[in-house]
Design a protein around this ligand. Structure first.
Ligand code: ATP
Length: 289
């Protein structure tokens, strides 16, 4: 038996950090949406009782350091599974980019293995379990557009993102998410208007969504990385309706209503950055066959 899954990346439409909790994490409020830029996973039942991970990408581990491996092991140990699986991961999502690449792969692995091993677990059960290995996996399990709170693992589904074009630019800079949160000065940052964003999504109003985008982590990443700031400015100059950094960066994205203008932003950006993508929102369930 074989299962093929697509695991889409996410962008943050807003990201706010409210305060630092006693467990060291920040209490966050994030509005996220999945986009049509996806990794592909193939899961196959094997006769031996082991997990074999085959990663089709350079510089990504195929052992316990990979979130897919951790997800498989978690499910196997928790439910005492005596079966094995071979998982082939074909990476298309840029790594360490603020696009939840590892988390969406882990979500796809949980969904696929739930089916392959016939565990019969609900999405809620998988989401609860996933929080043990990463805060963003729960969102990736649900997909679509959602409001994430807590440390990101408490998910409330929202209506789908209105139709638009999304242009992503990923500069070749490495960003460590924990160090960005560490340097965040919560009393100095401008907090996004999350309520307005939620109302915009509920109303399917793309203008309101564009007007209320905000990410507190830009205050750290943009200031330390002029390239990221430049890409954001260029997107706006080329005619984007809105532009912002996703997660802790370094990927920045533009939202554009019109196709012709989106093409202009895409082509313009390619002169400044080697990794540029033009995609649409992914409005189906998070992980699809
Ligand atoms: P987030 O938006 O959740 O912060 P990210 O997009 O910034 O995530 P990832 O692409 O998930 O970052 O990768 C971050 C690190 O996780 C990398 O150092 C990578 O080696 C490791 N990693 C573990 N599993 C995976 C995976 N399946 N795909 C990509 N990276 C992985």
């Amino acid at each position: 038996m074989k299962i093929d899954l697509k695991a889409p990346a996410k962008i943050n439409l807003s990201l706010d950090a409210l305060y630092k909790r006693e467990d060291g994490y920040h209490e966050v409020e994030m509005v996220m949406t999945t986009i049509d830029l996806a990794d592909r996973l193939e899961l196959e039942l094997i006769s031996s009782d082991e997990i074999i991970l085959d990663v089709r990408a350079h510089f990504i581990p195929n052992d316990h350091r990979n979130l897919v491996y951790q997800a498989a092991l978690l499910l196997k140990e928790k439910y005492n599974v005596r079966m094995g699986a071979r998982i082939t991961l074909d990476k298309q999502i840029p790594v360490s980019a603020g696009l939840a690449g590892g988390s969406t792969d882990a979500a796809a692995a949980l969904k696929g293995l739930n089916e392959l091993w016939k565990l019969g677990l609900s999405l809620e059960e998988l989401a609860e379990l996933s929080a043990r290995i990463g805060s963003d996996i729960a969102f990736c399990l649900y997909g679509g557009t959602a409001f994430a709170t807590g440390r990101g693992e408490v998910i409330q589904k929202l209506p789908m993102m209105p139709s638009c074009w999304i242009i992503l630019a990923k500069p070749s800079i490495s960003i460590s998410t924990p160090s960005v949160y560490k340097e965040l000065k919560l009393d100095e940052v401008e907090h996004p208007d999350t309520k307005r964003m939620l109302a915009g999504i509920e109303a399917g109003d793309l203008d309101a969504i564009c007007d209320s985008m905000g990410n507190v982590l830009e205050s750290v990443t943009l200031e330390k990385n002029p390239k990221v700031k430049q890409l954001k400015q260029k997107m706006l100059e080329f005619g984007a309706d809105a532009a912002m950094m996703s997660g802790s960066g370094p990927t920045v994205f533009a939202i554009v209503k019109q196709y012709s203008r989106a093409k202009r932003v895409y082509n313009g950006l390619r002169g400044f950055c080697s990794e540029v993508y033009m995609v649409r929102p992914w409005n189906d369930e998070g992980i699809n066959k």
